[in-house]
Ligand binder design. Structure first.
Ligand code: MN
Length: 262
Protein backbone atom coordinates (compact mmCIF):
# COMPACT_ATOMS: atom_id res chain seq x y z
CA UNK A 1 0.00 0.00 0.00
CA UNK A 2 1.15 3.52 -0.79
CA UNK A 3 -0.47 6.43 1.04
CA UNK A 4 -0.07 10.08 0.06
CA UNK A 5 -0.31 12.43 3.04
CA UNK A 6 -0.95 16.15 2.70
CA UNK A 7 -2.60 19.03 4.58
CA UNK A 8 -3.57 22.68 4.24
CA UNK A 9 -1.63 24.06 7.22
CA UNK A 10 1.78 23.70 5.65
CA UNK A 11 4.52 21.11 5.72
CA UNK A 12 5.77 22.06 9.20
CA UNK A 13 2.37 21.86 10.93
CA UNK A 14 2.49 19.36 13.83
CA UNK A 15 -0.75 17.66 12.73
CA UNK A 16 0.87 16.60 9.43
CA UNK A 17 3.81 14.85 11.08
CA UNK A 18 1.47 13.19 13.59
CA UNK A 19 -0.70 11.89 10.72
CA UNK A 20 2.17 10.67 8.53
CA UNK A 21 3.80 8.95 11.51
CA UNK A 22 0.60 7.14 12.50
CA UNK A 23 0.00 5.77 8.97
CA UNK A 24 3.48 4.27 8.53
CA UNK A 25 2.39 0.88 9.87
CA UNK A 26 -0.20 0.60 7.04
CA UNK A 27 2.21 0.89 4.09
CA UNK A 28 4.60 3.24 2.33
CA UNK A 29 3.90 6.87 3.16
CA UNK A 30 4.89 9.85 1.01
CA UNK A 31 4.24 13.41 2.15
CA UNK A 32 3.70 16.30 -0.26
CA UNK A 33 2.38 19.39 1.48
CA UNK A 34 2.15 23.14 0.83
CA UNK A 35 5.13 25.25 1.87
CA UNK A 36 2.78 27.61 3.73
CA UNK A 37 -0.65 27.81 5.32
CA UNK A 38 -3.53 27.40 2.84
CA UNK A 39 -6.35 27.10 5.37
CA UNK A 40 -9.78 28.31 4.18
CA UNK A 41 -8.56 28.44 0.56
CA UNK A 42 -11.16 26.11 -1.00
CA UNK A 43 -10.44 23.83 -3.94
CA UNK A 44 -7.77 26.06 -5.47
CA UNK A 45 -5.47 24.93 -8.29
CA UNK A 46 -2.49 26.80 -9.70
CA UNK A 47 -2.42 27.33 -13.46
CA UNK A 48 -0.91 30.80 -13.75
CA UNK A 49 2.65 30.20 -12.60
CA UNK A 50 5.20 27.39 -12.28
CA UNK A 51 5.44 25.18 -9.20
CA UNK A 52 8.60 24.19 -7.35
CA UNK A 53 9.12 21.30 -4.92
CA UNK A 54 11.77 21.00 -2.23
CA UNK A 55 12.75 17.90 -0.29
CA UNK A 56 12.16 18.27 3.46
CA UNK A 57 13.37 16.14 6.41
CA UNK A 58 10.14 15.46 8.26
CA UNK A 59 10.24 11.88 9.51
CA UNK A 60 13.04 9.39 9.05
CA UNK A 61 12.26 6.99 6.21
CA UNK A 62 9.28 9.00 4.92
CA UNK A 63 9.93 10.88 1.65
CA UNK A 64 8.60 14.41 2.07
CA UNK A 65 8.31 17.39 -0.26
CA UNK A 66 7.20 20.93 0.25
CA UNK A 67 5.41 22.43 -2.77
CA UNK A 68 4.72 26.14 -3.37
CA UNK A 69 1.15 25.41 -4.35
CA UNK A 70 -2.26 24.70 -2.86
CA UNK A 71 -3.35 21.51 -1.07
CA UNK A 72 -5.10 20.27 -4.24
CA UNK A 73 -1.94 21.13 -6.23
CA UNK A 74 0.05 18.82 -3.95
CA UNK A 75 -2.29 15.92 -4.74
CA UNK A 76 -2.48 16.55 -8.50
CA UNK A 77 1.30 17.01 -8.59
CA UNK A 78 1.75 13.55 -7.08
CA UNK A 79 -0.72 11.84 -9.44
CA UNK A 80 0.32 13.61 -12.64
CA UNK A 81 3.81 12.16 -12.61
CA UNK A 82 5.93 13.49 -9.76
CA UNK A 83 5.59 10.20 -7.85
CA UNK A 84 6.52 7.09 -9.81
CA UNK A 85 4.82 4.68 -7.37
CA UNK A 86 1.03 4.43 -7.69
CA UNK A 87 -1.04 5.84 -4.83
CA UNK A 88 -3.78 3.79 -3.15
CA UNK A 89 -5.15 6.43 -0.81
CA UNK A 90 -4.88 10.15 -0.08
CA UNK A 91 -5.06 11.27 3.55
CA UNK A 92 -5.23 14.94 4.51
CA UNK A 93 -4.76 16.59 7.90
CA UNK A 94 -4.72 16.67 10.79
CA UNK A 95 -6.33 20.10 10.78
CA UNK A 96 -6.13 21.98 14.11
CA UNK A 97 -9.75 23.16 13.80
CA UNK A 98 -12.93 21.17 13.04
CA UNK A 99 -14.24 20.96 9.47
CA UNK A 100 -17.96 20.38 9.83
CA UNK A 101 -21.10 21.36 7.93
CA UNK A 102 -20.47 23.92 5.22
CA UNK A 103 -16.83 24.30 6.31
CA UNK A 104 -16.05 21.56 3.82
CA UNK A 105 -16.20 23.85 0.79
CA UNK A 106 -13.81 26.34 2.41
CA UNK A 107 -11.48 23.74 3.84
CA UNK A 108 -8.13 23.05 2.18
CA UNK A 109 -7.97 19.90 4.31
CA UNK A 110 -11.13 18.59 2.64
CA UNK A 111 -10.43 19.88 -0.86
CA UNK A 112 -7.06 18.07 -0.89
CA UNK A 113 -9.06 14.89 -0.22
CA UNK A 114 -11.58 15.90 -2.95
CA UNK A 115 -8.66 16.06 -5.37
CA UNK A 116 -7.62 12.54 -4.40
CA UNK A 117 -11.18 11.36 -5.03
CA UNK A 118 -11.13 13.08 -8.46
CA UNK A 119 -8.16 10.86 -9.28
CA UNK A 120 -10.33 7.85 -8.42
CA UNK A 121 -8.63 6.99 -5.14
CA UNK A 122 -9.86 6.55 -1.61
CA UNK A 123 -9.55 9.83 0.23
CA UNK A 124 -9.81 10.83 3.88
CA UNK A 125 -9.72 14.20 5.63
CA UNK A 126 -8.98 14.44 9.36
CA UNK A 127 -9.67 17.41 11.61
CA UNK A 128 -9.33 17.91 15.35
CA UNK A 129 -12.10 19.72 17.20
CA UNK A 130 -9.71 22.15 18.89
CA UNK A 131 -9.16 25.88 18.56
CA UNK A 132 -5.68 25.75 17.09
CA UNK A 133 -3.86 25.90 20.42
CA UNK A 134 -1.85 22.70 19.86
CA UNK A 135 1.75 23.16 18.80
CA UNK A 136 3.22 19.68 19.35
CA UNK A 137 2.90 16.42 17.47
CA UNK A 138 1.90 14.71 20.76
CA UNK A 139 -1.21 16.83 21.16
CA UNK A 140 -2.59 15.20 17.98
CA UNK A 141 -2.15 11.66 19.32
CA UNK A 142 -5.87 10.84 19.73
CA UNK A 143 -6.68 12.04 16.22
CA UNK A 144 -3.60 10.28 14.83
CA UNK A 145 -4.72 6.98 16.33
CA UNK A 146 -8.24 7.47 14.96
CA UNK A 147 -6.62 8.19 11.58
CA UNK A 148 -4.79 4.86 11.65
CA UNK A 149 -7.97 3.04 12.71
CA UNK A 150 -10.18 4.58 9.99
CA UNK A 151 -7.49 4.44 7.29
CA UNK A 152 -6.86 0.72 7.92
CA UNK A 153 -10.59 0.02 7.63
CA UNK A 154 -10.89 2.14 4.48
CA UNK A 155 -8.04 0.25 2.82
CA UNK A 156 -9.72 -3.09 3.48
CA UNK A 157 -13.24 -2.16 2.33
CA UNK A 158 -14.86 -1.04 -0.92
CA UNK A 159 -16.05 2.52 -1.45
CA UNK A 160 -17.64 3.99 -4.59
CA UNK A 161 -15.49 6.42 -6.57
CA UNK A 162 -15.70 10.17 -5.95
CA UNK A 163 -16.49 9.75 -2.29
CA UNK A 164 -14.50 11.33 0.55
CA UNK A 165 -14.67 10.44 4.22
CA UNK A 166 -14.56 13.58 6.34
CA UNK A 167 -13.50 12.73 9.88
CA UNK A 168 -13.63 15.02 12.90
CA UNK A 169 -12.15 13.95 16.23
CA UNK A 170 -12.98 15.38 19.68
CA UNK A 171 -10.00 16.96 21.44
CA UNK A 172 -9.70 14.58 24.40
CA UNK A 173 -7.73 11.48 25.42
CA UNK A 174 -8.54 8.34 23.40
CA UNK A 175 -10.02 6.61 26.47
CA UNK A 176 -12.54 9.45 26.85
CA UNK A 177 -13.98 9.18 23.34
CA UNK A 178 -17.66 8.17 23.44
CA UNK A 179 -17.63 6.22 20.20
CA UNK A 180 -17.62 6.60 16.42
CA UNK A 181 -20.72 7.82 14.59
CA UNK A 182 -21.40 7.80 10.84
CA UNK A 183 -22.95 11.20 10.20
CA UNK A 184 -24.33 13.73 7.72
CA UNK A 185 -23.27 17.38 7.50
CA UNK A 186 -24.67 19.61 10.21
CA UNK A 187 -25.58 23.27 10.04
CA UNK A 188 -22.67 25.58 10.69
CA UNK A 189 -23.43 29.10 11.92
CA UNK A 190 -20.90 31.79 11.01
CA UNK A 191 -20.34 34.94 13.03
CA UNK A 192 -18.07 36.76 10.61
CA UNK A 193 -18.00 40.53 10.61
CA UNK A 194 -16.28 43.00 8.31
CA UNK A 195 -13.80 45.13 10.22
CA UNK A 196 -12.70 48.40 8.61
CA UNK A 197 -9.49 50.11 9.71
CA UNK A 198 -7.33 52.91 8.41
CA UNK A 199 -3.81 52.44 7.08
CA UNK A 200 -1.02 54.99 7.79
CA UNK A 201 -1.94 56.77 4.52
CA UNK A 202 -5.55 57.19 5.64
CA UNK A 203 -6.90 54.61 3.21
CA UNK A 204 -9.30 51.99 4.54
CA UNK A 205 -8.42 48.30 4.67
CA UNK A 206 -10.61 45.41 5.69
CA UNK A 207 -10.42 42.20 7.68
CA UNK A 208 -12.97 39.47 8.13
CA UNK A 209 -13.26 39.29 11.91
CA UNK A 210 -15.84 38.22 14.45
CA UNK A 211 -16.24 35.17 16.66
CA UNK A 212 -15.40 31.64 15.54
CA UNK A 213 -18.28 29.71 13.93
CA UNK A 214 -20.69 27.74 16.07
CA UNK A 215 -23.19 25.14 14.92
CA UNK A 216 -26.44 23.34 15.61
CA UNK A 217 -25.70 20.05 17.42
CA UNK A 218 -28.51 18.12 15.75
CA UNK A 219 -28.51 14.35 16.23
CA UNK A 220 -27.10 12.41 13.30
CA UNK A 221 -24.87 15.27 12.15
CA UNK A 222 -21.11 15.78 12.42
CA UNK A 223 -21.69 18.72 14.78
CA UNK A 224 -23.99 16.59 16.95
CA UNK A 225 -21.44 13.76 17.14
CA UNK A 226 -18.63 16.07 18.29
CA UNK A 227 -20.99 17.67 20.78
CA UNK A 228 -21.56 14.27 22.39
CA UNK A 229 -17.86 13.37 22.45
CA UNK A 230 -17.93 11.03 19.45
CA UNK A 231 -15.71 10.79 16.40
CA UNK A 232 -17.68 11.86 13.31
CA UNK A 233 -17.18 9.94 10.06
CA UNK A 234 -19.16 11.77 7.38
CA UNK A 235 -19.15 10.35 3.85
CA UNK A 236 -19.27 13.10 1.19
CA UNK A 237 -19.98 12.83 -2.53
CA UNK A 238 -18.24 15.08 -5.03
CA UNK A 239 -21.51 14.95 -7.01
CA UNK A 240 -23.41 17.73 -5.24
CA UNK A 241 -26.31 17.76 -7.71
CA UNK A 242 -29.75 17.94 -6.08
CA UNK A 243 -31.82 15.65 -8.28
CA UNK A 244 -34.71 15.93 -5.83
CA UNK A 245 -35.18 19.57 -6.92
CA UNK A 246 -35.53 18.90 -10.65
CA UNK A 247 -39.34 18.79 -10.59
CA UNK A 248 -39.58 21.96 -8.53
CA UNK A 249 -37.31 23.95 -10.85
CA UNK A 250 -38.89 22.38 -13.94
CA UNK A 251 -42.19 23.80 -12.70
CA UNK A 252 -40.83 27.37 -12.96
CA UNK A 253 -41.21 26.95 -16.73
CA UNK A 254 -37.94 28.65 -17.75
CA UNK A 255 -38.08 28.57 -21.57
CA UNK A 256 -36.18 29.86 -24.58
CA UNK A 257 -39.47 30.28 -26.47
CA UNK A 258 -40.93 33.76 -26.03
CA UNK A 259 -37.83 35.24 -24.33
CA UNK A 260 -37.20 38.85 -25.44
CA UNK A 261 -33.45 39.00 -26.28
CA UNK A 262 -31.48 42.27 -25.87
MN1 MN B 1 -6.03 24.27 8.13
Amino acid sequence: MHILVTNDDGVYAPGLAALADSLRSLGDVTVIAPDRNWSISGHAKTFNRPLRAQSVDLLQGVPCWSLDGSPADCVAFAFLGFLKQDIDMVVSGINPYPNVGSDITYSGTDTAAFEGALFGRKALAFSLDSNGQHTTQDSYSTAAQIARLVAASTLSHDLPERVVLNINVPDRPFSELKGIEITRLGKRVYHDTLVERMDPYNKPYYWFGGDPPSGIPEEGTDIGALDSGKVSVCPLRLDMSAVDLHQNIQSWGIQLNGFQQD
